[in-house]
Design a protein around this ligand. Structure first.
Ligand code: GLN
Length: 205
């Protein structure tokens, strides 16, 4: 177990994109972890001070539009292509996807996945389940789906971390992570802890 006081654990700066959506829940999860400096960001100038970013759930169209208006989309894409770790939950995953089957829009389009917006149904059809996730120790992880996108296709460089009924719901490509569900709403910090470790390892080069 790593303690917050462990001097060998360098502080890592994680930014949560805070244009719209479920920002606060991610901030709370990150604040519970050792040696993490938690920030929010909305502008390109704020990216320079970050080691890794989280793109929250919400409405991908709204987040995408505001990111373009703030001049953030291109700056964020460049940092991700350069290797900055990123994790998109739900709408955040839609922002990362290279292909969106049922939408003309493309956002960051950096991750080799094809998604279907609202593929798991409307708000009322959101559901909770529990499954093991590859790399996350300590037993099955609680899943919260809210008008979740479906992952239809993953490219050859993408590793599926978890599937539900035979369909991928969490995957990773290099330092890019996508989850169709919302670990930030699960009350379980293990996924955030795992992402912070991935970010730490990537930043060490
Ligand atoms: N349905 C939303 C979208 O298309 C995503 C839902 C969510 O993030 N909870 O952007």
């Amino acid at each position: 177990m790593i303690l917050a006081t462990d001097p060998s654990l360098a502080i890592i700066r994680i930014g949560v994109l805070s244009l719209q959506g479920g920002v606060e829940e991610h901030l709370q999860m990150l604040r519970a972890l050792p040696a993490v400096e938690v920030r929010t960001f909305t502008r390109p100038s704020e990216l320079a001070g970050l080691d890794a970013v989280i793109l929250p759930g919400g409405e991908s169209t709204a987040i995408g539009k505001l990111a373009v208006e703030n001049g953030l989309m291109d700056a964020l894409r460049s940092r991700i292509i350069e290797g900055m770790p990123v994790w998109g939950t739900c709408a955040g995953m839609i922002l990362l996807a290279r292909e969106i089957r049922n939408d003309k829009r493309r956002h960051l389009a950096v991750m080799d996945i094809t998604v279907d917006r609202n593929g798991y149904g409307a708000q009322l059809e959101s559901f909770v389940s529990k499954i093991p996730i590859d790399g996350i120790e300590g037993g099955p992880f609680p899943l919260v789906f809210i008008r979740a996108p479906r992952i239809l296709v993953v490219g050859p460089g993408v590793r599926v971390m978890a599937s539900l009924n035979g369909e991928p719901i969490a995957c990773v490509q290099d330092a890019m992570v996508a989850t169709a569900f919302h670990p930030e709403l699960s009350g379980d910090t293990r996924f955030h802890r795992w992402f912070v470790e991935l970010a730490r390892t990537s930043n060490r080069g």
